[in-house]
Design a protein around this ligand. Structure first.
Ligand code: PLP
Ligand code: COI
Length: 359
């Protein structure tokens, strides 16, 4: 396991906010734990990571991330399992994806070992913030942004890596109504859709707002060229069960975030003997499949969203309704199994769980 705390300088808060939190009512992403990790990249090297009391940042107005968007992030979760251990779900995958995002955004690449060590230390220092309640977890937000104070377009020389954590419940509280987007685009081939970079989320806000005004929780993005193929949804990958086969858009288009939840669902389905296809999926196939009943399940898969059932898909002014959530055998089973792995109720035969409990 990773060598925790070594070289990480820890300054603990003198005034924990833990007692002032309404633990019965935890909105997603609005409650922050007591500490955060900060590590600068200066003169070509990563400096000593420091864990300090959670606080505001002081930034130069020309900080280049603000102007030119060299800014990436990750999202992962820690749980307290039924044995009382602190565990994180597949953080090695987040470390890899983070590094890939660094590369695409021309930022200093954070070594995966260092990412993992920083995540582990940040979770440990605030492990009492992991909610002890079904469906709840500690959301971990690592991020990196460019810190050169320079007005001009070039990759920044300096960066700041940070991690904070938030005790959270579900991101979506009800089955989703989504709309297939036919005009706006989140990502185009050759662009940055594969990277977990801030601008991708900024680009999605206006079209998502229009979708919300029509009563949809989220959009389903389609390819930028023809709006003919399904890609992914707002904060999650999208998956369907069609005639008993699990289908999801292939990742080879560099327009889709390679999701860790989706990958885990695919690996589980295969282990259970289910046929899986990662391929191009036409919008037409989905609409016809929902209308004729061959598509029995549709859901989003993501860290924040978990397994989020989709109940309605809107397309060209018509709403297509999927079978009731209770009748969805696969997504209910996969949701429960993923939960059981994280909580230590079933054997972790895939080695997805990192036990980061302090020794
Ligand atoms: N797609 C987008 C755009 C996302 O923001 C997320 C969330 O991280 C996902 C997909 C799902 O990825 P993961 O399962 O790794 O959280
Ligand atoms: C995540 O699942 O970590 C996400 O990216 C969603 C986030 C934007 C809230």
């Amino acid at each position: 396991m990773i060598d925790t705390m070594k070289n990480i300088k820890v300054t603990k808060t003198e005034q924990s906010k833990w007692d002032s939190v309404d633990w019965e009512n935890l909105p997603f992403g609005r409650v922050f734990s007591d500490h955060m990790l900060v590590m600068d990249y200066i003169d070509g090297e990563w400096k000593t990571p420091e864990i300090v009391p959670f606080s505001d940042l002081k930034l130069h107005p020309a900080t280049s991330a603000i102007h030119y968007g060299q800014s990436i992030f990750e999202g992962l979760k820690a749980y307290r399992n039924t044995h009382g251990e602190v565990v994180i779900f597949r953080p090695d995958m987040n470390a890899k994806r983070f590094r890939a995002s660094c590369k695409r955004m021309c930022m200093a690449e954070l070594p995966e070992e260092l990412f993992l060590k920083c995540v582990e230390a940040t979770v440990n220092v605030d492990s009492k913030w992991i909610p002890n309640k079904e469906g709840y977890s500690l959301y971990i937000r690592p991020f990196l942004f460019a810190t050169d104070d320079y007005i001009g377009i070039k990759p920044s020389d300096n960066y700041k890596f940070m991690i904070f954590t938030c005790p959270v419940g579900a991101y979506y509280s009800e089955p989703l109504k989504v709309k297939i987007e036919e005009y706006y685009t989140r990502a185009a081939a050759g662009g940055v859709g594969r990277a977990k970079t801030a601008g991708n989320y900024a680009a999605s806000l206006y079209p998502a707002k229009l979708g919300k005004e029509e009563g949809y929780h989220q959009l389903v993005w389609t390819d930028a060229k023809e709006h003919k193929y399904i890609e992914e949804s707002g904060t999650m990958n999208i998956m369907f069960v069609k005639d008993g086969v699990l289908i999801t858009p292939a990742e080879d288009a560099d327009t889709i975030l390679p999701g860790i939840t989706k990958r885990s669902v695919i690996e589980l389905a295969q282990d259970w003997g289910m046929k899986v296809q990662e391929r191009q999926i036409e919008v037409k196939e989905i609409i016809e499949g929902v209308a004729n009943g061959s598509i029995t399940e549709a859901f989003g898969a993501g860290t924040a969203a978990t397994i989020a059932p989709i109940k309605i898909i809107g397309y060209k002014g018509t709403d297509y309704e999927l079978p009731a959530v209770e009748r969805r055998e696969f997504s209910n089973k996969v949701y429960k199994y993923l939960d059981d792995i994280k909580l230590g109720k079933v054997e972790d035969k895939f080695n997805w769980i990192f036990n980061v409990s302090e020794k």
